[in-house]
Ligand binder design. Sequence first.
Ligand code: NAD
Ligand code: ZN
Length: 253
Amino acid sequence: MADAKPTLPAPLVEALRRVRSAGVITGAGVSAESGVPTYRGKGGLYEEDESRIEALTGTTLRSDPDRTWRAVGDLARHAAGAVPNAAHFAIAEIERKVARFVLLTQNVDGLHQAAGSRNVIDIHGSITRTRCMACGAEGELSREELEAIHAAPRCAGCGGTLRPAAVLFGEMLPVEKVARMQRELLDDPPELVLVVGTSALFPYIVEPVLVARRARRLTVEVNPEPTVLSPVVGWFLEGSAAALVPEIAREIG
Ligand code: NAD
Ligand code: ZN
């Protein structure tokens, strides 16, 4: 059988070969092929059950932390055993090929770091890290502990209730990560801005792409379904992350 690999448009390939700096922006879709369900889009967890969103808000955390932790445990159980896929590895490869690189991810699954990405702004934090709501002590849960969680865990030091060190719906973004985003993506946009697998519902995900486009940088989106960004980017590539991102990585530099 003939080679079934997708081929990128020739003008895009030519532009990718000149790229010396890159910013990659990812959402849950990059982990879909690792078996981690997305929130929205086909098969998304919230397409099935909107009440999950409510469980993962700052308001629910304060009134009913057990409910928030049950939802976090659910997410962890959905992601159980997931390992990085070809898209995560290709993004780590892009980082090794260019002089300047930043990865802005909304994912809390740690798969980018596991694939070898280094300069990562995990804007929503990580669900394995915890913070005590009483004394502020930080801690870490193993994947096994997380998958077993059905109620809010307690602080070993003071007995207070722990929270996930992740940004819940309706909560503020960590200021130091926003500042890094500003410095590394907005002040002087990288030559390539590649956005993968995000429904792009948050303004801080859309903005770096708009800024890059206005600065006439190369902008590329990979998603099986069009988003608000699709008409904005220079190249909207309709398809899956694991199929297309390795193609892009191969042509860079
Ligand atoms: P989302 O669930 O809102 O959107 C997922 C997007 O990925 C959709 O646009 C969908 O079309 C696309 N997609 C589906 N399969 C794909 C594939 N194989 N290749 C490429 N794209 C694919 O996710 P989001 O935009 O990241 O949004 C919001 C929130 O979801 C974030 O707050 C994030 O923290 C959280 N989240 C994280 C994880 C994770 O860590 N893996 C999982 C679910 C949700
Ligand atoms: Zn404590």
